[in-house]
Design a protein around this ligand. Structure first.
Ligand SMILES: *Cc1c(COP(=O)(O)O)cnc(C)c1O
Length: 410
C-alpha cells in the first residue's frame, strides 16, 4: 500500500473508512448512546468481543476519527483522546499506576504536570525528579518499583531537551514504560516512536488544534512496548493480543471510570486544526528562530533559550532529532527592564497563557504559571524571576521581529 506524506495522510484519513453521506468532514455525532437492532449484538459490544460504540463516555465516532488522525501522525498502533492534555497525563496514573509504584520524571516539566506528580505522590505513588537531559541521572533513579519514565521533548518554558534516544534504550533494556510528552514538538517535528517511546502524550489543545478554540489531549500506544511484561494489567483486560492490553485498560480504567472524555464538538475543531499542522509549524518555527536571533543579538537581553540557537546546550541533539526547533522560546531581560512593562509595550504579543496558538502569546512565567511552586523550586528548574515565555504564532515575520525589538526601547 502506498504510504502518503504527513499532511496528505491526515487530510484523507476520514475517507479510509465509510463516511456518512459522502460528507468530507467526519460528522459531529452528539449522541450520548448508540443503539443496536439485536440486543445480543449490544452484549457482544459490551463484552469487547465486537468493535462498536455503546455509551459516549468510552467512545464516539467523531472522536474515533480524530484518534485515527493522531495515530497516523505518530505512526502509532492506537490512540485514545481525552477532554484535555492533563486528562491524558492523568489517565496514565489512573489506569497504569498503583500505590507503591515508582515514576521517574524529568524535573523540567510543564507546570501542571509537575503539580499532578505532587498530587499523586500524596496517593502513594513515589515520583523522582531528575535532570533528564542526562541519561545517567535517569538510570541512577531507577528502582525495582519503577514502572514509568516520563519526559517532555522540549521542556516548557526553558527548552531543555531530554536525552530522548538514550532514555529510550535504557527503558527498553529494563522493560519500563517510556512516556514522552510530544506537545512542544508536535508529531510534525518529531515522532517519539523513533526513540523507542512506549506511549506518547499530545496536548491537542496546543499546536495540533492550533486555533485556541478547543481543549483536548491524547495518548498514543506506539506498539513498541510488550504489555505482557507490565505488572499492572488487570486479568480482565488480558484478552486478545498483549499489544491491545495497555490501551484496553486505559480506555476502561481512565476514560470509563474517571470520565474525562473529549466531546464530539471539540474533536471536530481539533480535527480541522490538525489538517494544517505541518503548514503552521513551518511558519511558527521560522518566526521563532527569527525573533530569538534578533533578541540574542540585542545587548538589552540577558539570555535567550531556544533550541535553534547554536548557544543552546542541546542544539545538536535538537538538530539531529527534530525537523525544526519549535514555536516556543523564553528569554530574560537585563536588569533595569521590567518584564511587565516590556510585555505591555508589545502590540502583537498577547499576554495570555496558552501556547501553540496561531497568535503570538507571551507570559511572565515566574509570576503566573510557575507562581504556585515557589521561588526555591523555580530556581532549581532554572526559571529566572524575569523569564518571559513566548509562543510564536503565524503572523508575518517582519511584524513580529519589529514588535519584539521596539518593545526593548524604554
Ligand atoms: C498544555 C500542555 C499540557 C496540558 O494540556 P491541556 O490541554 O492544557 O490540559 C501538557 N503538556 C504540555 C507540554 C503542555 O504544553
Amino acid at each position: 500500500m502506498k504510504t502518503y506524506g504527513f499532511t496528505t495522510s491526515i487530510l484523507h484519513s476520514d475517507r479510509q473508512k465509510p463516511i456518512e453521506h459522502g460528507s468530507l468532514h467526519k460528522p459531529i455525532h452528539n449522541s450520548v448512546t448508540f443503539a443496536y437492532e439485536d440486543a445480543r449484538e449490544l452484549a457482544t459490544v459490551f463484552q469487547g468481543k465486537q468493535a462498536g460504540y455503546r455509551y459516549g463516555r468510552q467512545g464516539n465516532p467523531t472522536v474515533s476519527a480524530l484518534e485515527d488522525k493522531v495515530t497516523r501522525m505518530e505512526a502509532g498502533h492506537a490512540s485514545i483522546c481525552f477532554a484535555t492534555g492533563m486528562a491524558a497525563i492523568g489517565a496514565l496514573c489512573q489506569a497504569l499506576l498503583r500505590q507503591g509504584d515508582h515514576v521517574v520524571s524529568s524535573s523540567f516539566l510543564f507546570g501542571n504536570t509537575n503539580s499532578l506528580w505532587q498530587t499523586v505522590s500524596g496517593l502513594g505513588i513515589d515520583v523522582s525528579f531528575v535532570d533528564a537531559t542526562d541519561v545517567n541521572q535517569v538510570a541512577a533513579a531507577l528502582t525495582p518499583a519503577t514502572r514509568m519514565v516520563f519526559v517532555e521533548t522540549i521542556a516548557n518554558p526553558r527548552t531543555q531537551i531530554a536525552d530522548l534516544e538514550r532514555i529510550g534504550q535504557l527503558c527498553q533494556e529494563r522493560g519500563i514504560l517510556y512516556v514522552v510528552d510530544n506537545t512542544m514538538t508536535s508529531p510534525y517535528l518529531f515522532q517519539p516512536k523513533s526513540v523507542g517511546a512506549s506511549l506518547i502524550v499530545n496536548a491537542l489543545t496546543k499546536s495540533i488544534g492550533g486555533h485556541g478554540n478547543a481543549l483536548g489531549g491524547s495518548l498514543t500506544d506506539t506498539g513498541l512496548y510488550d504489555w505482557s511484561q507490565f505488572p499492572g494489567i488487570i486479568d480482565t483486560y488480558k484478552r486478545n493480543s498483549p499489544a491491545q492490553w495497555g490501551m484496553t485498560q486505559v480506555r476502561a480504567k481512565a476514560l470509563r471510570d474517571f470520565g474525562a472524555s473529549l466531546s464530539a464538538e471539540a474533536a471536530h475543531h481539533l480535527a480541522i486544526g490538525s489538517e494544517t499542522l505541518a503548514l503552521r509549524m513551518e511558519r511558527t518555527c521560522a518566526n521563532a528562530l527569527a525573533v530569538a536571533q534578533m533578541l540574542q543579538a540585542d545587548e538589552r537581553v540577558a539570555a535567550v533559550h531556544y533550541p535553534g540557537l547554536s548557544s543552546h546546550p542541546q542544539h545538536e541533539r535538537a538538530t539531529s532529532l527534530f525537523r525544526a526547533y519549535g514555536s516556543l522560546f523564553s528569554f530574560e531581560l537585563k536588569e533595569g527592564i521590567d518584564c511587565f512593562d516590556y510585555l505591555n509595550r508589545l502590540k502583537l504579543g498577547i499576554s495570555a497563557s496558552n501556547l501553540g496558538d496561531n497568535r503570538t502569546l507571551v507570559i511572565p512565567v515566574a509570576h503566573t504559571i510557575f507562581y504556585e511552586m515557589g521561588a526555591q523550586r523555580r530556581a532549581s528548574m532554572g526559571i529566572a524571576e524575569s523569564l518571559i515565555r513566548v509562543s510564536i504564532g503565524i503572523e508575518d515575520t517582519v511584524d513580529l521581529v519589529e514588535d519584539f525589538r521596539r518593545a526593548l526601547d524604554c
